[in-house]
Write a protein that binds this ligand. Structure first.
Ligand SMILES: [Zn+2]
Length: 367
């Protein structure tokens, strides 16, 4: 083996009994993230669940990571996007995060991995890739967040300590210094070092707050009174510099209000922050056309994770861009409106508005 120093050793063809071939044949989503394969004749590499036509096994090579496939000279497949965390895994990680959010006693790594049906090593790797935190750091951040919440309501510090899941006060104090100022997850890091411009006003649905980072629209909040909306913005971005509107930003805010009043989707960049799972759900919500509705279960099935309708529901509830990400178009199978982050009356008003197409004098053919 006198290969060049930096060249990746070319993998060998698989033996016909290699169980990985069967997983590719079955397009097994649980094999995603375990291995990748490339096809010599097309020059691309795929995740095992790729929907593309099956390749001749003789042309297949296996890789332990996308980087390895890339180093061997292959390009990522345009259909299965093998470099991204799969939706199946994002759903598993999301479930693990929610179970830690609710846990009184934090599950161990082997327990979390078992619940996800993965080996501890594989689970740990996927968790880090999806959240940029280890499961232990995530659990610690959840504790910090609880401690912060408990300290503002608890009668005594001891009560706060036990409410937040610490086994002893000593450990609480030991950790408190490094924990405070930390939010539960790095993707909700609170806008540290960022400037957020916001506009506060009213629309037909009540008070509205519209806010943008330098990257795009980050909050569209609806409510009864402007004070609670600005408090909500502060909670979402505790470390950002919040600044009021100016004439340029007023024009952006006017586009958002136009969307709420007459359904004209603004052409604005969005800065949507959330887990990979939530990003998938929010993107799918944006594909539901005005006048149509779907159910939580249908949306979960469309995203390839039919069991995840509860997680889809919490993604809808966490949507930071009211109406722009139309989570109001998701209802229960019975036709019942289910919940709405900004109040059921607003959801009903939006759906009623969308059910009756407005007459459009400019165009008489499109509707
Ligand atoms: Zn593919």
């Amino acid at each position: 083996m006198n290969r060049q120093k930096n060249a990746w050793p070319l993998p060998c063809p698989p033996i016909p009994e290699d169980p990985r071939l069967a997983r590719i044949r079955d397009r097994d989503p649980t094999a995603d993230g375990v291995f990748w394969y490339s096809v010599a004749t097309t020059g691309v590499y795929c995740r095992p669940s790729c929907p593309s036509r099956h390749a001749n096994p003789g042309n297949i090579r296996f890789h332990a990571s996308p980087a390895e496939a890339h180093a061997a000279g292959f390009r990522p497949c345009q259909r299965c996007h093998p470099d991204e965390t799969s939706f199946h895994h994002a759903a598993l990680i999301e479930q693990a995060c929610r179970s830690m959010d609710r846990a009184e006693i934090f599950p161990s790594l082997p327990d979390l991995a078992r619940q996800a049906g993965l080996s501890p090593g594989h689970f740990h790797r996927l968790f880090r890739a999806a959240t940029e935190l280890t499961p232990a750091a995530y659990a610690q951040a959840v504790r910090a967040d609880r401690a912060r919440a408990a300290l503002s309501t608890a009668e005594t510090v001891t009560e706060a300590v036990y409410d937040s899941g610490f086994s002893s006060g000593g450990r609480f104090y030991e950790r408190a210094g490094s924990m405070f100022g930390m939010t539960p997850t790095s993707w909700r890091a609170g806008g540290k070092g960022e400037t957020i411009r916001f506009s506060l006003g009213t629309c037909s649905l009540g008070a509205i707050l519209i806010a943008s980072t330098e990257r795009g629209l980050c909050s569209v909040l609806l409510g009864d009174d402007p004070q609670s909306l600005s408090a909500d913005l502060r909670r979402r971005f505790p470390n950002a510099l919040l600044t009021g509107s100016d004439p340029v930003y007023d024009r952006i805010a006017a586009q958002v209000i136009a969307c709420i009043e007459n359904g004209t989707m603004p052409d604005l960049p969005l800065d949507l922050r959330g887990t990979i799972f939530r990003q998938h759900v929010w993107a799918a919500l944006r594909d539901i056309p005005s006048g149509a509705t779907t159910t939580y279960a249908e949306l979960a099935a469309r995203l390839g994770s039919p069991g995840a309708s509860r997680a889809v529901g919490s993604a809808c509830a966490a949507n930071p861009l009211a109406v722009i990400v139309p989570c109001h178009r998701v209802v229960r199978r019975s036709g019942d409106l289910a919940g709405y982050r900004w109040g059921l009356a607003r959801k009903r008003a939006l759906l009623d508005r969308e059910a009756v197409p407005e007459p459009c004098p400019e165009s008489d053919t499109d509707r």
